[in-house]
Design a protein around this ligand. Structure first.
Ligand SMILES: Nc1nc2c(ncn2[C@@H]2O[C@H](COP(=O)(O)OP(=O)(O)OP(=O)(O)O)[C@@H](O)[C@H]2O)c(=O)[nH]1
Ligand SMILES: [Mg+2]
Length: 453
């Protein structure tokens, strides 16, 4: 069920980044793409073939604007599925704007954000999750984020969802078979089989939902909060890892009052390091706000690095801090700092990583401990990873409907009611790939794309 309106006039936009560059690419797509391009080009495009590259000039009133190379893509063998002309011109902003103006003067229209991708979707070249993957691919800044985006673009999620859909349809047809024979006292659809099927679907969706935590962290950076009491060496750790004096370090307790965030990449994963105000009871109003902010950050974090001064705190005191401040099973790396000041080394717990940050030691080990902590707690057996909030929300809705189906089965509610719930599940899953879509949904998605994409 699609309620999408289509408008396929000829559109154009600069597809390379704004500003000056060696070369810029201007893209034209639509029924009139060849004839409009021809009006401003020095050569005829009458007999062009798809995938042909032609050298020539852009002309305005007998004046040469630029030497260009144009590439021809013929419907349907193009990104949008329409006729496409890509003009490779020199990257002066004057030339780019001039060519764009000429195209518009000759009948093309400036493309809306994401309109090329939208057309690719509407013409069946890509499904919706794949078009969204293009945006993620363009924005990917780390190896891991790139890997997730390219998998999604190549249809990883789509084929996974297709399997789920087919299972659901199998389920629905079993129920319908029962409906057809409801007069007779035969149980066609084996209840055990139905229950197994629905359990399989629930398990699978739970797995996919779980992968979102990983996918989202990869896409936006793994929030890694550095916490501990004042003067423990939190800011020293941040500076050491960044290899710059980002945060003020001093022997005065309470130096850091606000949070400081910086991103570092370890083994292809972005970690968003957050240095925080030391946790303590204080009467100072500003410091109080800082401490509250630290506690909030800990709650939102994927990983916590708890640092303490090992010459001051006993194992018990550390354990008390950990259970008091770090709840919700957030994976935690405990660093026993300032071992240069420790006389009795044996008192340090074996689970804590001993170091002396002032000497800038063990940096490599600390980085790999952070990496391992994240990977260990986000073991990703599933090949498909959800990284898109919209997909996650749709799965959440599908999951809730599936639980209804399961409950209905165990309460023996009539088959036609169960069939209705199944249709709901299919609907939610369908919005991810775009089997189910509407103008509103597409409008929301493509508004976040840039022009030329
Ligand atoms: N002896 C010793 N001093 C250290 C070590 N690491 C950090 N320090 C010192 O401890 C003091 C506090 O360090 P910071 O990094 O500012 O500590 P912090 O946890 O950010 O402190 P607040 O921002 O006040 O919460 C500074 O004088 C550091 O030079 C260490 O391994 N050994
Ligand atoms: Mg500090």
């Amino acid at each position: 069920m699609n309620t999408v309106s289509k408008n396929f006039d000829t559109i154009c936009a600069i597809s390379s980044p704004p500003g000056v560059g060696g070369i810029s690419i201007i893209r034209i797509s639509g029924l009139e793409a060849f004839s409009i391009a021809e009006k401003i080009f020095s050569k005829s495009l009458n007999k062009v073939k798809g995938y042909q590259v032609i050298y020539g000039e852009i002309i305005e009133n007998d004046q040469i604007i630029d030497d260009v190379i144009i590439t021809i893509f013929k419907n349907p063998q193009s990104f949008t599925g329409e006729n496409i002309v890509e003009i490779n011109c020199h990257g002066s902003s004057f030339i780019q704007q001039k060519i764009l103006q000429l195209l518009i003067k000759n009948g093309a229209r400036l493309a809306l954000p994401g309109e090329f991708s939208k057309r690719a979707f509407l013409n069946g070249k890509l499904d919706l999750s794949q078009t969204e993957a293009i945006a993620d691919l363009i924005n990917s800044k780390s190896k891991a984020a790139h890997e997730i985006a390219i998998k999604q673009l190549k249809g990883g999620i789509s084929s996974e969802l297709k399997t789920l859909r087919n299972k659901l349809i199998e389920f629905a047809s079993l129920i319908e078979l029962e409906l057809d024979f409801s007069e007779e006292d035969v149980e066609f659809a084996d209840r055990k089989h139905l229950n197994e099927l629905i359990q399989y679907l629930i398990n699978h969706i739970v797995q996919l939902k779980k992968s979102f935590q990983y996918g989202n962290a990869i896409k936006n950076g793994v929030t890694t909060v550095i916490a501990g009491r004042p003067n423990a060496g939190k800011s020293t750790l941040l500076n050491n890892i960044l290899n710059e004096n980002r945060a003020i370090v001093s022997s005065i307790a309470g130096t850091t009052r606000d949070t400081i965030e910086e991103i570092i990449t370890i083994n292809g994963i972005d970690f968003r390091l957050v240095d925080t105000a030391g946790i303590r009871n204080t009467k100072d109003e500003i410091e109080k706000i800082g401490v509250q902010k630290t506690l909030d950050k800990i709650n939102q974090s994927s990983i916590v690095i708890y640092i303490y001064d090992s010459s001051l705190l006993s194992k018990n005191e550390v354990d008390n801090d950990l259970s008091k401040y770090i709840k919700n099973k957030v994976p935690c790396l405990v660093i026993a700092n300032k071992i240069d000041l420790v006389k009795n080394y044996k008192e340090i717990s074996e689970d804590h990583f001993p170091t002396s940050l002032i000497k800038n030691n063990n940096l490599k080990e600390i980085k790999s401990l952070i990496y391992e902590l994240f990977v260990k707690n986000n073991v990703q057996n599933e090949s498909v990873v959800i990284s898109n909030m919209r997909h996650f929300e749709a799965l959440e809705l599908a999951y809730k409907e599936l639980l209804k189906v399961q409950k209905g089965l165990s309460n023996n509610i009539p088959g036609d009611l169960i069939a209705m719930d199944i249709r709901q599940v299919l609907q939610h899953i369908g919005t991810i790939t775009g089997d189910i879509s509407s103008d509103e949904l597409l409008g929301n998605i493509f508004a976040n794309f840039c022009i030329g994409k």
